[in-house]
Design a binder for this molecule. Structure first.
Ligand SMILES: Nc1ncnc2c1ncn2[C@@H]1O[C@H](COP(=O)(O)OP(=O)(O)O)[C@@H](O)[C@H]1O
Ligand SMILES: [Mg+2]
Length: 453
C-alpha cells in the first residue's frame, strides 16, 4: 500500500513544497515592493512639508516601474532642493544688503506692529534685533500718529510705493531719549499682503552742526553790530561834512565806504532779526495805521535805492483803509520785497506797488518785470540762506534771509505772503493783511512818518 502510494505522496509533497515556495516568493516580492512604495510615499510627504533631503537620497536600482518612479522622484526632489537653496541665497543676500545699509530700516504691518529691523535700526534705537518684533510702532515713533497722511494711508490702504513726503520727526530710543530723524515710509504689497518699510536717518549730527552754525553766526553778529554802527555813524557825519569840507575824491570814497557799511549793518541786523524771529522774541507795537501813508513812506524810503539802479517805483493810488500794524516791522517787510524787486529789474525798469481791498483783507502787490524766480527755487524761497544765482555784483545784497523775515513779519500781523512768478516775465509778491477793526482805535497816519527798528 505504502509502496503503491509512494510516488503520489512525493508528487503531492513536492507540489506542496513548490507552491509554498512560490507563495513565499510572491509574498516576499510584495513586501519588498510595499517597502519601496512606502519609502517613496514618505519622501513625497516630507517633500510636501518642505524637506527634500530624503527624496534626493532615494536609490532604487531595480529595473521595474517602481524603480523608474523612484528615480524620477529623486530627480524632482533634487531640482526642488536646488531651487530652494537658490531662493534662500537670494533671501540672505537681500537681508545682508538691508542689514548693511547705514540708514535704520524698520518694517511693520498694517496694524502698525513691528516685524523686523536692520542692524542700523537696532544700533540707533538701542534694542536687540528681535526684541521689538510684535510691538507697536508708536514705541519707536511716538509722533507717528500725527504725521501728515500716515494714518490715512495705512488705513485706506490706497497708497503703494512711498506715501506722503519724507518728514523730520523724533524716534525714541530704548532709554527714552528722543533722536531727531529724517523719516520716509513706503507701502509694499507682497504675496497678497501689505506691509510698510520705514527708513530713518539720524539727524543728530546735522542738528549739532546747525546749532554750531547758528550760535557762531549769532556771536559774530552781536560782536559786529556795535563797532559797525559806530563806523556807520562816523562815516555819516564825515559824509555830511559836519566835521569839515571834503575834497571831491575823498567825498566819493567816503560815500562808497558809507554805503558798504550800511549794507554790512543791514546783513548783521537781518541775521539778528532772524534769530529773534525764530525764538519768537520780536515785540510788536501794533496800532491801527492808515495804509496810504504807510505805503507812501515805504516806497519813498526805497526810491533812492531804486534810483541808484535806474529803477522806478510806481505806487498806484491806495484806498483809505486801516491795517493793524507795527509800522517799523511792516516797512521792513515791504523794504525786503521792494529791494528784491529792484535788484532783479533791468536798468530803466519799473516796480509797481498796487493795493486791492477785499471785505476783510487788503492785498498789497509788488510786481517787477525781472527774470522770474527759477522753478527749482520756488518751493524753498522763504527758507534761510536760500538765494538764487547772484545778479550783477553791484546789486548784491543780503544773504537769503529777507524773504523769510518778511514772511514771518507778515504772519505775525495775521496776514500771508506769497508770490506768482513767470520765467522771463516777472514776479508779483502778494501781501494779504487783515483790515483793522473799524470799531478799534482811530487810524493813525502821523506815526507812519517814524518807522522804528
Ligand atoms: N522779485 C524777485 N524776482 C526774482 N527772484 C527773486 C525775487 N525776490 C526774491 N528772489 C529770489 O529769492 C532769493 C531769496 O531772497 P531773499 O530772501 O530776499 O534773499 P537775498 O535778497 O538776500 O538773496 C533771492 O536770492 C532771489 O534769487
Ligand atoms: Mg532780499
Amino acid at each position: 500500500m505504502v509502496a503503491s502510494e509512494g510516488p503520489w505522496l512525493w508528487i503531492v509533497v513536492g507540489a506542496l513544497l513548490v507552491s509554498a515556495l512560490a507563495f513565499g516568493l510572491i509574498a516576499e516580492t510584495r513586501a519588498a515592493n510595499l517597502r519601496r512604495l512606502t519609502r517613496l510615499a514618505e519622501a513625497a510627504r516630507r517633500l510636501s512639508e518642505g524637506d527634500a533631503e530624503l527624496g534626493t537620497a532615494l536609490v532604487d536600482s531595480r529595473n521595474d516601474a517602481i524603480g523608474e518612479l523612484t528615480e524620477a522622484f529623486r530627480k524632482m526632489a533634487a531640482s526642488v532642493a536646488e531651487r530652494e537653496a537658490a531662493l534662500r541665497g537670494a533671501d540672505r543676500r537681500a537681508w545682508i544688503l538691508i542689514d548693511s545699509v547705514a540708514s535704520a530700516i524698520v518694517t511693520f504691518d498694517s496694524g502698525g506692529h513691528i516685524e523686523s529691523m536692520n542692524r542700523a535700526a537696532t544700533k540707533l534705537l538701542g534694542y536687540a534685533t528681535q526684541e521689538l518684533c510684535g510691538h507697536g510702532l508708536s514705541l519707536l515713533l511716538p509722533e507717528f500718529g500725527e504725521l501728515p497722511g500716515r494714518r490715512d494711508a495705512m488705513q485706506t490702504g490706497k497708497a503703494d510705493g512711498e506715501f506722503g513726503s519724507a518728514v523730520e520727526t523724533n524716534a525714541r530710543r530704548s532709554d527714552g531719549v528722543l533722536v531727531p530723524v529724517h523719516l520716509s515710509i513706503a507701502a509694499i504689497r507682497f504675496e497678497g499682503r501689505r506691509f510698510f518699510i520705514a527708513v530713518m536717518t539720524d539727524l543728530t549730527d546735522i542738528r549739532k552742526a546747525e546749532q554750531a552754525r547758528d550760535s557762531f553766526v549769532s556771536i559774530v553778529s552781536h560782536e559786529l553790530r556795535t563797532p559797525l554802527s559806530a563806523i556807520q555813524g562816523a562815516l555819516a557825519l564825515v559824509r555830511a561834512e559836519i566835521t569839515g569840507e571834503l575834497p571831491e575824491k575823498t567825498r566819493s570814497m567816503i560815500a562808497i565806504a558809507h554805503a558798504n557799511t550800511e549794507r554790512l549793518l543791514r546783513i548783521v541786523n537781518d541775521i539778528l532779526d532772524m534769530e529773534k524771529i525764530k525764538a519768537g522774541k520780536i515785540a510788536y507795537d501794533f496800532r491801527a495805521v492808515d495804509l496810504p501813508s504807510l505805503l507812501e513812506q515805504a516806497v519813498e524810503a526805497n526810491r533812492i535805492h531804486g534810483a541808484q539802479f535806474d529803477v522806478n517805483i510806481v505806487l498806484a493810488p491806495v484806498p483809505h483803509v486801516c491795517v493793524r500794524a507795527d509800522i517799523g516791522r511792516l516797512t521792513q517787510a515791504l523794504t525786503n520785497l521792494l529791494s528784491n524787486a529792484i535788484k532783479v529789474s533791468d536798468d530803466g525798469g519799473c516796480v509797481v506797488v498796487d493795493t486791492k481791498v477785499g471785505s476783510q483783507t487788503v492785498r498789497i502787490s509788488i510786481t517787477d518785470q525781472g527774470p522770474g524766480i527759477a522753478p527749482e527755487l520756488q518751493s524753498r524761497i522763504f527758507e534761510d540762506f536760500v538765494q538764487g544765482e547772484r545778479s550783477g555784483g553791484r546789486k548784491r545784497s543780503g544773504y537769503g534771509l529777507g524773504l523769510g523775515i518778511a514772511r514771518t513779519i507778515v504772519r505775525d500781523h495775521g496776514g500771508t505772503l506769497d508770490f506768482v512768478s513767470q520765467a522771463g516775465r516777472g514776479t508779483t509778491f502778494f501781501l494779504d493783511l487783515p483790515l483793522a477793526d473799524a470799531a478799534g482805535d482811530a487810524c493813525d497816519s502821523s506815526s507812519a512818518t517814524a518807522p522804528g527798528g
